[in-house]
Design a protein around this ligand. Structure first.
Ligand SMILES: NC(=O)c1ccc[n+]([C@@H]2O[C@H](COP(=O)([O-])OP(=O)(O)OC[C@H]3O[C@@H](n4cnc5c(N)ncnc54)[C@H](O)[C@@H]3O)[C@@H](O)[C@H]2O)c1
Length: 246
């Protein structure tokens, strides 16, 4: 079947919760062997356990994406244990609702360090492993907030996600000749642990509901598989029609 991921190894950062966990499960359903990587090892282990219980292949690895050495260890561990790396999904991230007047240097730096620098480190460090196979797919999770500004998110969050949009395009140019595609998915309002308790309503969403983590994971699957072989440097919007491009 075109789009089958059997024999491929997929690392999902943020795989211990929400969208990352859904990506792990959807990619596993299509046959990929999953590495759920998260700073919350307990959450990542639960993801891996669920996949193994459903008949798939998975294990968990602890990583702090903002630390270069930790990211290098992740790639080395997976390469040694699984023999190859085919897919990287960067879903690790934090949200911060701090309003403009209250934004501090610490909050700004922490956001950029985790969401943007963390995504960069993972992309940079996975490329040599994918290059060996002359093939690879990287999918970064950005956000509608990075495209049009966030309603409920701080300016630091929107800036980090806008940075990921630009990073993805720059990497796509560099990695295309290496056989590696780099794309991103821009979720709108998705009900996950990250947004729980915010009281989000489907105002302005054409389909009339909030998104689910699986809605996002299905788009990630498309970009991670050979179904999107001619797609790179692009963004798939998963927002129920809340933001439509001209
Ligand atoms: N939920 C939404 O509405 C929404 C919308 C747009 C974009 N996003 C993006 O989707 C991604 C996933 O969000 P989610 O809703 O699943 O959130 P979540 O909080 O459920 O999951 C995020 C995961 O990232 C992990 N993480 C945080 N810091 C880390 C670090 N330094 N190193 C490794 N792992 C770390 C957390 O432990 C957690 O498991 C994020 O990048 C988020 O910005 C979410």
């Amino acid at each position: 079947m075109m789009g089958d991921l059997t024999g491929r190894v997929a690392i999902v950062t943020g795989g211990g919760s929400g969208i990352g966990r859904a990506c792990c499960k959807v990619l596993a359903e299509y046959g990929a062997a999953i590495v759920a990587a998260d700073i919350n090892l307990e959450g990542a282990q639960k993801t891996a356990d669920d996949i193994v219980a459903a008949g798939g292949k998975a294990y968990a690895v602890s990583v702090n994406v903002m630390e270069l050495e930790s990211v290098q260890n992740l790639m080395k561990t997976v390469s040694e244990k699984s023999g190859r790396i085919d897919i990287l999904v960067n879903s690790a991230g934090i949200l911060d609702p701090t309003r403009l007047p209250d934004m501090t240097v610490e909050r700004w730096d922490r956001m950029i360090d985790i969401n943007l620098r963390g995504t960069f480190f993972c992309c940079q460090q996975v490329v040599p492993y994918m290059e060996k196979n002359k093939k690879g797919a990287i999918v970064n999770i950005t956000s509608q907030a990075g495209q049009v500004g966030g309603w409920m998110a701080g300016v630091n969050y929107s800036a980090s996600k806008g940075g990921i949009l630009a990073l993805t395009k720059a990497l796509a140019r560099h990695c295309g000749p290496l056989g590696i595609r780099v794309n991103d998915v821009a979720p709108g309002q998705i009900a996950t642990e990250m947004t729980a308790g915010r009281g989000d309503k489907p105002d302005g969403i054409a389909v009339g509901r909030l998104g689910t983590a699986v809605d996002v994971a299905n788009a990630v699957y498309f970009l991670a598989s050979d179904l999107s072989d001619f797609c790179t440097g692009m963004t798939v919007d998963v927002n129920g029609g809340q933001f439509m491009r001209s």
